[in-house]
Design a protein around this ligand. Structure first.
Ligand code: BES
Ligand code: MN
Ligand code: ZN
Length: 511
């Protein structure tokens, strides 16, 4: 997807030839919906017949007369009532969903070229309007067809080739917003691409190669700790999980430093490229989905793509402990005791609780090496979070109230809601071991929290948020801009957090 795919134009929409020209309509109580002059009489007629009220998701497709422009088809899409008193995050989400709806309409009509006449929304700026619609269209236009290329038919729809935003008066703001939306959506789609790669297509090596390429393109600092170095550093968790694998483990690191001295945000993503469970083997049914067990790592790496493009004033370091979790004669056994990077020993009672083992080393190493002001990890860590929250909220566990509120706000704005879970002494007690410092199994109750309790042994006093994305990384809430399969969750949350970062004093809010 090239950046040039989305352009902003000042040309009157009538003069642009496109497969699909889209106008938005705002619902008005008992009145004809508010829309652009160009389609006003059409909308009034449809409204008077009771066919179109401008409600969200409502659509009207027609074929323009020559005097109505050069487009092949015109789509009217409803946005619902746009009360300026509404929560701006909600308006943002409505527009993103409308964007997704537009992408779906393009697929239905096989439109390759799209022109969108941007709506004016009272109390909501042109920049945000363009940002949200760009996100929705680009996220909704996503498809993964890499392994179907040779059987592709000429008539198969392959997505939009060009998108033009007709800006009206606010070209400058629209350009800025469209660029932001494009950066965010492309990063999220990149995370989806990584996740869609199967276990043999995306290994620790692909993680490293991709990071290296990003570093080269954007001037980031790349480092990859290979097996020998992990051994030397004593990263017993990553090594244990990798023991059954034929592919060496890697701790992949990307560092972005702004020109001026700044705070540093550290991101850590679980990069298990396939999770068989190891000796504690998973049942066959559904095991194929465990190629998605690297979605945390994909999110973190893709966020760095956006960071590289935008060069924000805050430092960001990303770490991805990457390996698959396999079985075999060399594999780690239930009952084995390992020693993590920070010296903490752990009794591995279930080899399927591997995410916490690799994250533990990455967290401890990253905090010691980079001394970040805060750390956020994202991991498809527990099935338990799906029992608790379903597929609509990411589970959040933290040691810091301020950071929790910042991540919560960033997620809300991104349409990626998170929900907090408590982490108190009693949960930490559940992972005390008789033979080692801790164990990797906390019993069947409160599984998401006991997994986080494990991680808490490796963050020291650093303000930390853990995001359990097991329920949201794929099969996320059904929305027009969220495809079946991997969602790209957390990428846009991270990006919002980084963009809005205001050097808060976090330490005082530790709990
Ligand atoms: N990757 C899984 C968690 C998972 C399960 C993600 C289902 C998405 C869907 C993780 O490594 C795992 O296997 N966790 C175990 C932990 C248990 C053994 C304590 C789980 O949740 O069952
Ligand atoms: Mn597992
Ligand atoms: Zn796993």
């Amino acid at each position: 997807m090239k950046p040039s795919r989305l352009t902003v134009t000042e040309k009157p929409v009538k003069e642009i030839a496109a497969d699909l020209l889209v106008f938005c309509a705002l619902e008005k109580k008992d009145k004809s919906p508010k829309c652009d002059r160009a389609v006003k009489s059409r909308v009034e007629k449809a409204f008077s017949l009771g066919d179109f009220k401008g409600k969200a998701e409502e659509e009207l497709l027609f074929y323009p007369e020559p005097k109505e422009g050069k487009a092949k088809r015109i789509l009217l899409i409803g946005l619902g009532e746009m009360d300026p008193k509404k929560d701006p995050d909600e308006i943002f989400e409505t527009l993103r969903e409308a964007g997704g709806g537009i992408a779906k309409a393009c697929e239905r009509t096989k439109a390759k070229t799209l022109v969108l006449c941007l709506p004016e929304i009272p109390g909501f700026g042109a920049e945000d309007t363009a940002d949200a619609l760009a996100q929705g269209i680009l996220l909704g236009d996503y498809r993964f067809a890499k392994y179907k290329e040779s059987t592709r038919k000429e008539t198969d729809y392959t997505g939009l080739t060009t998108i033009q935003f007709s800006a009206g008066k606010s070209v400058k703001q629209v350009r800025k917003g469209a660029r932001k939306g494009l950066t965010a959506a492309r990063a999220a789609c990149e995370a989806r691409n990584m996740a869609n790669e199967p276990g043999n297509g995306w290994t620790s090596k692909e993680f490293a190669d991709h990071a290296k390429a990003l570093a080269k393109t954007h001037g980031l600092i790349y480092k990859c700790l290979e097996k020998k170095e992990l051994e030397k550093l004593g990263m017993g968790g990553i090594l244990a999980v990798n023991q059954g694998s034929a592919i060496p483990p890697r701790l992949v690191i990307l560092e972005y430093r702004p020109a001026k001295k700044s705070q540093t945000i550290m991101l850590v993503g679980k990069g298990i490229t396939f999770d068989s469970g190891g000796i504690s083997l998973k049942p066959a049914q559904g095991m194929g989905d465990m190629k998605y067990d690297m979605c945390g790592g994909a999110a973190v790496l893709s966020a760095m793509q956006a960071v590289g493009e935008e060069k924000p004033p805050v430092g960001v370091v990303a770490l991805i402990p990457a390996t698959d979790n396999m079985s075999g004669s060399r594999a780690v056994r239930p009952g084995d005791i390992i020693r993590h990077f920070n010296g903490v020993t752990s009794e591995v009672l279930n080899t399927d609780a591997e995410g916490r083992l690799v994250l533990a080393d990455a967290l401890a190493y990253g905090i010691k090496t980079y001394k970040p002001d805060c750390v956020i990890d994202a991991a498809t860590l527990t099935g338990a979070v799906i029992i608790g929250l379903g597929h609509h909220h990411t589970g959040l566990v933290s040691n810091n109230e301020k950071l929790t509120s910042l991540v919560t706000a960033a997620g809300k704005k991104a349409g990626e809601p998170v929900w907090p879970l408590p982490l108190t002494k009693a949960y930490k007690k559940q992972i005390e071991s008789k033979v080692a410092d801790i164990k990797n199994l906390g019993g069947k109750d409160g599984g998401t929290i006991t997994a986080a309790a494990y991680l808490s042994n490796f963050v020291d006093k650093t303000p930390w948020v853990h995001l359990d994305i097991a329920g949201t990384a794929w099969d996320f809430t059904e929305k027009s801009y969220i495809p079946k399969g991997p969602s790209g969750i957390a990428v846009r949350t991270f990006l919002n957090l980084i963009r809005d970062w205001n050097n808060p004093d976090l330490k005082t809010d530790n709990v």
